[in-house]
Design a protein around this ligand. Structure first.
Ligand SMILES: *Cc1c(COP(=O)(O)O)cnc(C)c1O
Length: 379
């Protein structure tokens, strides 16, 4: 084990987290759906144009709620990018869906909107675009395809808090407010964190009541507390999706510092971009319709060997840089379920993409050193 001096990620705490946890304890209610949960949900609804936000214990949970809400049943097909985290697939596989893997774009790891339509069959139920690195997929095109074929869109916006998409008429919308449903993550690797944590965004009014039931373990407890029903009962499928108020208290402390956190990430990301702009490695491509949140800074190496060498050279100096997803269509589990063909861009990002350290407290000197080590590795 080498000594890591510059980790890949370091959770940032604003300082208010423990105070808010103490407040939650003082309020005498630490189970879910209390004061801090409501504060967090309201923030998402008011700032990002989301109709109804429900806090969950993870983005994985929010994706599982989405699969329940869409009534995914065995035989249904769901189109997702292969270059994503396993939860994007698992949530739907748990309901019996067959996953149909779509390739990434040649210039960006996001789903290739031009390859979606050929994957649609009469069994297709939903498309799940993933906003990789917080950079928007082409939501205008994807929503058009969904409308044309009568499909639902679930945005996996796990990495995409405070990122935006601009439509061709100039309308700008927050990621997570465009699809019928969307999911966010507050895992400690994301921009704002609660350790584990997530959120389901519901943008289609017809899903709201049932989402609250699924969220409340399949009971109509929410309606009961609003005084809409006389007793609360088991009325549908559901599970324990709510985080405790302790988690929500941490998240609220982070939400209050979001502008500051984003400014800091932007400055680090821009500095990397400047440092590497004259190197021969490809830098992240940001489409003009995307306003993004500086979640990841990555380089595209020229070969897997080169990537390995760069990682080793950085590690020798105590710096941790990491690659990212192994394409799901090539995973042992996906292969056990079906035969998947080649997806050349997804495989390219699996083999060549390298993520550099990016966290609030990363120093300029660290970035300079990272650049120098990589630059020397290339010559
Ligand atoms: C982090 C992440 C998830 C999972 O989030 P959890 O909150 O850890 O469940 C899902 N999808 C993508 C694209 C992610 O980056």
């Amino acid at each position: 084990m080498s000594n890591i001096r510059v980790p890949f990620n370091k959770p940032y705490f604003t300082g208010q987290e423990t105070k808010y946890i103490q407040n939650a304890v003082a309020y005498g209610k630490i189970s879910g759906n209390g004061y801090f949960t409501k504060k967090c949900q309201t923030f998402f609804e008011e700032n990002y144009g989301i109709k109804k936000a429900l806090l969950t214990s993870s983005c994985t949970d929010a994706l599982e709620m989405a699969a329940l809400l869409l009534n995914i049943v065995p035989g249904d097909e769901v189109i997702i990018p292969s270059f994503t985290f396993v939860s994007t697939a698992n949530a739907f596989v748990l309901r019996g869906a067959k996953i149909v893997y779509c390739d990434s774009k040649s210039d960006h790891p996001g789903i290739d909107e031009f390859q979606i339509e050929e994957l649609i069959t009469p069994k297709t139920k939903a498309i799940v675009p993933v906003h990789y690195a917080g950079v928007a997929c082409d939501m205008e095109k994807i929503m058009q395809i969904a409308v044309k074929h009568g499909l639902y869109v679930v945005e996996d916006a796990a990495q995409a808090i405070d990122s935006y998409f601009t439509f061709s008429d100039g309308t700008k919308k927050a990621l997570g407010s465009i699809g019928h449903l969307a999911t966010f993550s507050f895992h400690e690797t994301k921009n704002i964190i609660s350790g584990e944590g997530g959120l389901l965004a519901i943008n289609e009014t017809k899903f709201i009541d049932r989402a609250e039931i699924i969220w409340e373990k399949g009971t109509n407890r929410s309606a009961f507390f609003k005084g809409d029903v006389e007793k609360y009962e088991w009325v549908d499928l559901g599970s324990s999706f709510q985080p405790s108020e302790i988690i929500a208290a941490i998240l609220y402390a982070q939400i209050e510092e979001l502008p500051n956190i984003q400014r800091r990430r932007q400055s680090i990301w821009m500095n990397y971009n400047d440092l590497f702009k004259n190197e021969k490695l490809n830098l992240p491509y940001i489409p003009t319709f995307a306003e993004f949140n500086y979640h990841i800074f990555y380089l595209i190496c020229e070969s897997t060997e080169q990537r390995k060498m760069i990682i080793e050279n950085l590690k020798l100096k105590g710096i941790l840089a990491v690659f990212h997803y192994q394409s799901l269509h090539k995973s042992p589990f996906a292969k056990s379920l079906q035969n998947n063909s080649k997806l050349k861009n997804a495989e390219r990002y699996s083999n060549l993409l390298l993520r550099l350290p990016l966290y609030y407290e990363l120093k300029k000197e660290d970035q300079n050193e990272i650049h120098e080590i990589i630059s020397n590795s290339l010559s």
